[in-house]
Unconditional design. Structure first.
Length: 268
């Protein structure tokens, strides 16, 4: 993916390319899942999914279909944990009722309560990532919002142990145009960005679209000659998407020439 982006940018320097944030966030789920625990959960799930008799006993008790992690299905790690936790009491019942028929190695894993505790703790953490992943997959999620979603994970205290893992994926998913979109979103205005990220966005804009720099700084200064002050009112920002706000600016700009040509179209 990264190689393809570099090749495209070499051919068309002004072409904006970036990776799939949902894909990288799905990798975060795998990064933060301890293999030493997950492998035991998968073993139990596979046993009750793939063995006819245990699977039948599970269905008789109204259990959920055991889910397994799948590299091609996002949030599958979360689904695996959720179905394991939901089914665990049924696994215990089946183990007690059919002790002679259940594989002893699986039985000992079911009886290991530390695995259940770890699964519950891990699920609580992955749920935060899973909710973020669902937001990233939404059809109307913007580049600016993607930055906010990633930042919320990076600074989430419940995920503090995995901050380095999240940052590693964040740096692969987020590129300067994401930061620029966040900086020019009236709702966010780059408030969660640090100075280096802001500079990265500005350097990219100056290198690729230098003609838009005056418009960018006019926006940062909330220059009333270029932007109606009501566009920055909290009531407007909270109810109107950045895309629509820039569409309004574009419509107004078509009747004047205060901003660089196509700047509003580019920003929306």
């Amino acid at each position: 993916m990264s190689k393809m982006r570099k090749l495209l940018q070499a051919e068309a320097p002004k072409l904006i390319t970036f990776g799939c944030s949902a894909h990288f966030l799905n990798l975060v789920e795998k990064d933060v899942s301890p293999k030493s625990i997950v492998k035991h959960i998968i073993a139990i799930q596979k046993y009750f999914r793939n063995h006819h008799q245990p699977h039948g006993w599970l269905l008789e008790k109204g259990g959920l279909m055991p889910q397994l992690p799948n590299d091609t299905r996002w949030n599958s790690q979360l689904d695996c944990l959720q179905t394991y936790i939901s089914n665990h009491s049924l696994y215990v019942d089946i183990r007690d009722e059919h002790m002679e028929s259940i594989d002893p190695s699986i039985g000992s894993l079911i009886d290991n309560l530390s695995i259940q505790r770890e699964a519950i703790n891990l699920y609580a953490q992955l749920k935060i990532v899973g909710v973020a992943l669902d937001k990233l997959q939404a059809d109307d999620t913007t580049l600016s919002e993607a930055v906010e979603i990633w930042q919320s994970l990076i600074h989430n205290e419940k995920l503090a142990l995995y901050k380095d893992d999240i940052l590693k994926r964040f740096k692969k998913a987020i590129v300067p145009c994401h930061f620029l979109a966040n900086l020019t979103d009236p709702k966010y205005e780059g408030r969660t960005l640090d100075r280096s990220q802001e500079e990265e966005a500005e350097e990219w804009l100056n290198e690729v679209y230098p003609e838009f720099m005056p418009g960018y700084y006019a926006f940062k200064l909330k220059d009333a000659n270029c932007f109606p002050t009501y566009l920055f009112n909290d009531s407007v920002k909270s109810t109107t998407s950045a895309t629509n706000l820039w569409r309004i600016i574009e419509m107004k700009e078509s009747k004047s020439s205060k901003l660089p040509a196509n700047f509003a179209k580019f920003s929306k």
